[in-house]
Ligand binder design. Structure first.
Ligand code: ADP
Ligand code: MN
Ligand code: MN
Ligand code: MN
Length: 342
């Protein structure tokens, strides 16, 4: 007998890569999915004359859709010529930084917001022929017809993530109708990206069966409608024990705010306007409980005098490997310097 392994990877599309996947049939006695390949000339990752790219499995979990012995296999892309990371492979650098700062035990929790669209591109909460629904207000964490759209998909996706063994930590309906959120974490810098990518893939895949498009666009509707972010909660060992370390982390992020914001996903200026629970993209601020700040310290964290902070700026369409890598470098790099007294 045999089973199916769905190999998932990120393509070379810019500015925002897309998920791709294909199926490999494995014999029953194969326990580890092997290295595989694909046609990089069809994914913006190679030219036709040197088209082969390599898929190296990095994270495997049960396939909650096919069930049984079947698995999902998150992969990184390598160059066939030398088995080095492909230029589109942002995971490799993240893994390197995680290793460098392993002693800091960095943890991330990502809040993935997304918007459900009809195949014609209108959000599920908007009238099909065009026009606007009732203004924002009743939708966030709402219940009932007219306030909630697409809950079937959310229920199915959440259970699928649990069945796959992913560290999903919650879900909620968002401020704009047809917009939702799920959270993944807390996990290490590379693992949180692996699991978020599998969770994103499951969402796209499940929504296929409902003829719904999942958009990670940062500002799907112009005007008085919230955008979609990927709030990034982070902590290292020091922050989980000491409030001073949280302040130091916020200060370090502030020193690098522009470098970070330019790597937080396509269309960030459209979303970080200073309205709709955002801080302006070109100004840095942090504060306790402040949803209008770039970085928020949750009130429980201030009360406990330890915990984590939330960078509210990353877009829904961000690359979690890039975000986790940069925050790890900045937060752990600065505390390392501060701690090294001579
Ligand atoms: P919000 O109040 O901003 O909506 P959420 O509850 O949606 O926050 O998400 C918070 C995320 O932070 C969750 O994914 C959670 O697992 C994560 N988290 C909790 N504690 C930590 C920590 N110490 N370090 C990093 N992430 C954490
Ligand atoms: Mn949230
Ligand atoms: Mn949210
Ligand atoms: Mn948040």
């Amino acid at each position: 007998m045999a089973y199916q392994a769905e190999y998932i990877w990120l393509d070379g599309y810019e500015p925002t890569p897309m998920l791709r996947s294909k199926t490999k049939i494995l014999a029953d006695d194969v326990t580890d999915p092997p290295i595989w390949g694909f046609d990089g000339s069809s994914t913006e990752q190679a030219t036709g004359d040197k088209s082969d790219c390599v898929l190296r499995p990095v994270f495997t979990c049960p396939d909650p859709i096919r069930g049984g012995q079947n698995i999902l296999v998150m992969c990184e892309v390598l160059l066939a010529s030398n088995m080095r990371p492909h230029p589109s492979n942002t995971r490799a650098a993240c893994a390197r930084v995680e290793k460098k700062f392993a002693a800091d035990e960095m943890l991330f929790g990502l809040e993935q917001e997304y918007t459900m669209l009809r195949p014609d591109g209108t959000p599920l909460g908007f009238p099909p022929g065009g026009g606007q629904p009732r203004p924002q207000g009743p939708y966030y964490c709402g219940v009932g017809t007219g306030r909630i759209m697409g809950r079937d998909i959310v229920e199915e996706h959440t259970q699928a993530c649990i069945d796959a063994g992913l560290m999903i930590s919650g879900t909620n309906p968002e401020v704009m109708p047809g917009q939702w959120e799920f959270q993944v974490g807390p996990l290490g810098p590379t693992a949180v990206g692996d699991q978020l990518n599998v969770a994103r893939w499951l969402l796209h895949r499940i929504a296929e069966d409902y003829d719904v498009v999942i958009s990670l666009d940062a500002k799907p509707e112009k005007g008085d409608w919230n955008g979609a972010g990927c709030h990034t909660n982070f902590s290292n060992k020091a922050m989980r024990g000491d409030y001073k370390a949280i302040i130091n982390a916020c200060e370090a992020i502030g020193k690098n705010y522009m470098d970070l914001v330019l790597n937080y996903g396509d269309g960030i200026q459209d979303r970080l306007t200073g309205k709709h629970e955002t801080a302006p993209w070109d100004k840095f601020s942090y504060g306790v409980s402040d949803r209008g700040a770039s970085v928020r310290i949750p009130w429980q964290v201030e009360r406990d005098g330890k915990g984590y902070a939330e960078d509210r700026r990353p877009n829904a369409n961000c690359d979690p490997y890039i975000v986790a890598k940069m925050i790890t470098e900045i937060v752990c790099g600065s505390t390392a310097k501060g701690a090294r007294k001579r």
